[in-house]
Design a protein around this ligand. Structure first.
Ligand SMILES: [Zn+2]
Length: 329
């Protein structure tokens, strides 16, 4: 029998969301202890709360440790240096996400068709995602915005390898440009599957042709089919390229130039030069984004799907290839 947890008013999470929380280490429910979250295990696990944000990490399965947050009020994820930020914000960007805005509109519409007040978990919310603004401003959608880093909108710290929520908690999960930064993406998708209600929705984007970003916290890349396979326990609603080959080429050019330099100042200058001379490449993507060749060459791919009982087999997966190459080696 579940005993109701007392509600902690200093936590930034809504009462009905606090009731869905569970310990990321032992999966037991929480009782709240003044400034800490304490689970109901006979050997309770304690988690700190900093400025109303609970730090709910299972340190043994995370590259982050709780002390990073307590001691530094931040994570070891280093922001760009000031000089880099200043220089690169003055010039046109190389990034051009063509599909995200429309995809998030479709995602919100589908959610609201099923539920008047859907509850959504955003994983990776410390930076506002590309194209997500309209969804963030819909009052009928309840958002739980999480990350491994603090940010203006983040209400809790979690690691996607151990999502500290009960099974079947959410109507939707958004995981945009995150799965390349986790050490075990398949495990994280299992966790996403677990916390979604039956028939609930997921939206994911991951890079394919993009060089290392976020430094040491960058582990893997996915083809369109590789990304689809991660979500094989989901029925596909839509998928394809979100950023195209033009952006991929511009990034490659920028990183080719960056490979000659090291210091923050030189990196900043090279970025400015690369952007000024290559920003126009991204406009090809408006033409290329849905072309078959883009399934072999995109900068990133998206997948929108519905939690299902059926698992896509690997032989079926191969039939979903949409690129232009023959299968001969
Ligand atoms: Zn516990």
């Amino acid at each position: 029998m579940n005993t109701p947890i007392p509600i902690n008013p200093i936590i930034k999470l809504a009462v009905n969301t606090q009731e869905l929380l569970r310990c990321p280490i032992c999966s037991s429910k929480f009782k709240l202890d003044e400034a800490k979250f304490k689970c109901t295990n006979f050997k309770p696990h304690c988690f700190p709360v900093i400025d109303g944000i609970p730090i709910l990490l299972n340190e043994s399965e995370s590259v982050f440790s709780i002390s990073d947050y307590v001691e530094q009020k931040g994570t070891t994820l280093k922001p760009k240096s000031q000089i880099e930020r200043l220089l690169v914000n003055l010039v046109p960007r190389l990034i051009c996400n063509i599909k995200a805005k429309k995809n998030f509109q479709d995602f919100a519409e589908l959610l609201l068709k099923e539920n008047l007040n859907p509850k959504i978990l955003i994983i990776g919310a410390s930076v506002v995602g590309e194209g997500i603004e309209s969804l963030l401003s819909m009052p009928e959608i309840e958002l739980i915005e999480s990350d491994v880093a603090f940010g203006p909108r983040v209400s809790m710290i979690l690691d996607a390898h151990n999502i500290p929520f009960d099974d079947n908690s959410f109507d939707g999960v958004i995981v945009q440009a995150v799965l390349e930064h986790v050490t075990d993406p398949a495990h994280c998708v299992e966790e996403i599957y677990r916390v979604l209600k039956p028939d609930a929705l997921v939206y994911s984007e991951t890079p394919f042709i993009q060089q290392v970003h976020l430094g040491k916290y960058d582990f893997t890349r996915f083809t369109h089919l590789g990304h689809r396979r991660l979500f094989r326990k989901f029925e596909e609603i839509s998928s394809g390229a979100s950023c195209g080959p033009g952006m991929a080429l511009a990034w490659s050019y920028q990183y080719f130039l960056l490979s000659f330099v090291k210091s923050p100042l030189a990196r900043g200058l090279v970025k400015v030069f690369a952007r000024m001379t290559a920003f126009w490449l991204k406009y090809f993507d408006y033409y290329l984004i849905d072309k078959p060749g883009t399934f072999d060459a995109a900068s990133s791919y998206y997948f929108m799907g519905k939690k299902s009982d059926r698992i896509l087999s690997d032989r079926e997966l191969l039939t979903l290839y949409k690129g232009t190459q023959s299968s001969s080696f």
